[in-house]
Design a binder for this molecule. Structure first.
Ligand SMILES: [Zn+2]
Length: 283
């Protein structure tokens, strides 16, 4: 056999095994996109079978479960000037920053809200433990649904004039965790660069998890930085608390980035891809 023929056989074997190895993913961090059908198709192609979306209440409606993917609906709140950061759409038709609490409870009861998030406290210019959020946390605790809170930094062009870096430190969540001891909370973007504070909270409070969106996106965080963060989180014993998230980043590159971490076992990868999120979102 000619060497080129051998090479072709080898290459087709490689692509087959890559496809067979297609990972099963629960993406806990997604926002709206101008082309929702294409956006969701890309996620399905990447192996996503469940996704948690938060966007303006109106565009949220365009995201519905089908036979290939289950969609969990979030509730964005603390909208600066009533708007979703970056896209600038109004969060709600009435253009308010916060939705009516009774209305929220009705939506939870009729399964139109599966979780509270993304909580935009940092963009709004207040602490995630500000009492403005407490009526919603109270509902989430009562109905056993999780809360996802933005932490860390932000990209350019978010359009939120009261944004402050210091308000992205996850340690600010401690007061709310004490007030609502049964609330399930996840630190979006793993709190980076306030990593040690995120680790302290996750270590002490059993109901606190984190998603690794943004830090795993090689176009935002240098892969060497992602490697350092993941190494620290795994060494810190947090393999049962980390969840996969794209935050609208390129899923193929994010998976590649995770797969390149040779210190992760297959079991640890599966925990990150879906099992931890399944545990966290179950009630
Ligand atoms: Zn965020």
């Amino acid at each position: 056999m000619k060497p080129t023929a051998l090479l072709l056989i080898y290459l087709s074997f490689c692509s087959l095994s890559a496809q067979e190895k297609k990972v099963k993913i629960f993406d806990v961090h997604l926002h709206g996109d101008p082309k929702p059908t294409e956006q969701i198709q890309k996620l399905k192609d990447g192996g996503v079978y469940k996704v948690a979306i938060s966007t303006s209440w109106n565009s949220q409606e365009t995201y519905q479960s089908d036979k290939e993917i289950q969609v969990l609906q979030g509730l964005m709140l603390g909208c600066p000037n009533g708007k979703v950061p970056y896209s600038g759409q109004f969060c709600f038709d009435n253009q308010k920053d916060f939705p009516d609490v009774e209305w929220v409870e009705k939506q939870i009861q009729s399964k139109k809200i599966d979780y509270i998030g993304e909580v935009l406290s940092q963009y709004y210019g207040i602490s995630p433990s500000d009492s403005l959020f407490y009526p919603y946390y109270k509902l989430a605790e009562k109905h056993k649904i999780p809360v996802g809170i933005h932490t860390g930094l932000a990209g350019a062009g978010h359009g939120s004039p009261n944004f402050k870096v210091s308000l992205g430190n996850p340690i600010l969540m401690e007061d709310l965790l004490i007030e609502f001891p049964n609330l399930k909370v996840w630190i979006m973007h793993a709190g980076a660069p306030f990593l040690e504070d995120a680790i302290a909270l996750m270590t002490y409070y059993p109901n606190v998890y984190a998603d690794i969106s943004v830090i795993s996106n090689p176009y935002i965080f240098n892969p060497s930085e992602f490697r350092r963060i993941m190494n620290r989180l795994i060494d810190g014993g947090l393999e049962d608390k980390l969840m996969f998230g794209t935050d609208n980043g390129p899923i193929d590159k994010i998976i590649e980035n995770i797969e390149s971490l040779e210190f992760l076992t297959q079991e640890q990868k599966e925990k990150i891809y879906f099992t931890n999120a399944e545990t966290f979102f179950s009630n």
